[in-house]
Design a protein around this ligand. Structure first.
Ligand SMILES: Cc1ncc(COP(=O)(O)O)c(C=O)c1O
Length: 402
């Protein structure tokens, strides 16, 4: 029995079956490459569901983690710590003026955001507590977040649903307007949907949602767990949007996860100061949230992205990929649409593919398929131009064989 087969057998005994795991044990990563226990090499075009935004074992992140590990490993949140302050300052610099609550995951960040929206809603009469989200959205796996998620499959078997969450079709401002009632506290939405199939809304939609929130006194929560930290070619995807008079559209709360930790567990609920102040002592918490090692790595991610101008690069590489995939004559019958922004791309196929992820893996390529027939490409944003072209060539090759 090979070492990999033996590990797979052991894993089967002791790991829960809640993930459709592929029969591969990864043991090493460097940049955009991964190696399994048998020494096979893979080009990673999915970056661990977006976590590895700067690829695997980036030297600056390894240094940040090891330096911090030698200084201060963990301290309770009854104290301040330098990495937390510096990370929150980065958010002020690259997003908008606000205050941060740190946790470990996107779901936890969204939970915190909904709690804060409800807290604000308590000030109204009648009290506002309901959250509207969008069809095909994904906001996490906690009980409240499966109720917020616009995919009934994620709720299967977990009834009764946590009350107070409804969904409407995305991109339809009239449907959203109709769903608001006197008890609505907020709207929760991804600027571009990830799990739902890289769904991009009409350009004016986010500004319209912002206006609706302003008109009705609602809290706008942008779930940037997938789209944050440079992936879409801007620091945050909401920054693509402007009001009709040219002002930037900002959410009241932005949630982050995945990329902000570079693969370490970091979630952030980041709110405008007037909202953030409602979270006084005892209102919320997280023992290990803002852990110094995780926060030091997260802070460094912003520094590397800025230093290497990776947001602009992600935008450029994304446009290049869309042009290549749309321009390749031999795959046009296989694809319905190519969409997305920056290095957050979806290739909707004309038919549901059979075992495409497994076939890609056999060819040394890590990709993902969501919403049945949408290939998701979300490589580390520091992928080299050569590796990106190599990846696109291999995707095109796979598609010709469908
Ligand atoms: C948009 C969005 N929000 C929230 C989450 C949940 O994040 P986590 O898995 O870190 O809880 C995800 C996970 O895929 C996501 O895509």
């Amino acid at each position: 029995m090979s070492q990999m087969s033996e590990l797979l057998e052991r894993g089967k005994q002791v790991l829960m079956g809640n993930y459709a795991r592929l029969p591969v044990v990864m043991v090493r990563g460097e940049g955009c490459r991964l190696w399994d226990a048998q020494g096979n090499q893979y080009l990673d075009l999915f970056a661990g569901f977006g976590g590895a935004i700067l690829g695997h074992c980036h030297p600056a992140l390894v240094t940040a983690a090891t330096e911090q590990a030698k200084k201060l490993w963990h301290v309770g949140n009854q104290f301040h710590s330098v990495p937390q302050i510096e990370l929150a300052e980065r958010l002020n610099k690259y997003a908008f003026a606000g205050q941060a609550f740190f946790c470990h995951s996107g779901a936890e960040a969204n939970e915190a955001a909904c709690k804060l929206a409800r807290l604000r809603g308590q000030e109204s009469s009648p009290k506002r507590w309901k959250i509207i989200s969008l069809d095909k959205s994904f906001h996490g796996r906690t009980l409240a977040m499966i109720a917020a998620t616009g995919n009934p499959k994620t709720r299967d078997g977990f009834s009764p649903d946590v009350p107070g969450f409804t969904q409407v079709p995305g991109g339809d401002i009239d449907a959203l307007t109709r769903a608001i009632d006197a008890e609505t506290a907020g709207i929760l939405m991804e600027p571009i949907q990830g799990e739902g199939g890289i769904n991009v809304y009409p350009d004016e939609y986010l500004a319209q949602v912002r206006k609706l929130c302003d008109d009705h006194g609602l809290t706008l929560i942008c779930d940037e767990v997938w789209t944050g930290c440079g992936r879409t070619g801007n620091w945050f995807a909401h920054q693509y949007h402007r009001t009709t008079d040219g002002k930037p559209v900002q959410p009241d709360i932005m949630t982050l996860g995945k990329a902000i930790g570079g693969g370490l567990p970091v979630g952030v609920m980041y709110a405008k100061p007037e909202l953030a102040k409602l979270f006084g002592p005892g209102k919320h918490g997280c023992t290990l949230g803002g852990n110094p090692i995780c926060a030091a790595v997260a802070r460094t991610i912003f520094d590397v992205i800025e230093r290497e101008n990776l947001t602009a690069r992600a935008a450029m590489l994304g446009e290049h990929a869309i042009a290549r995939l749309k321009g390749e004559a031999k795959i046009q019958s296989k694809i319905k649409q190519v969409r997305g922004r920056g290095l957050f791309l979806g290739v909707e196929l004309a038919a549901v593919p059979q075992n495409l992820v497994e076939k890609a893996l056999d060819a040394g390529l890590v990709i993902n398929v969501t919403a049945q027939q949408v290939i998701r490409l979300a490589p580390p944003i520091n992928i080299s131009r050569d590796e990106w072209d190599e990846g696109l060539n291999r995707v095109i090759e796979l598609l010709t064989l469908l």
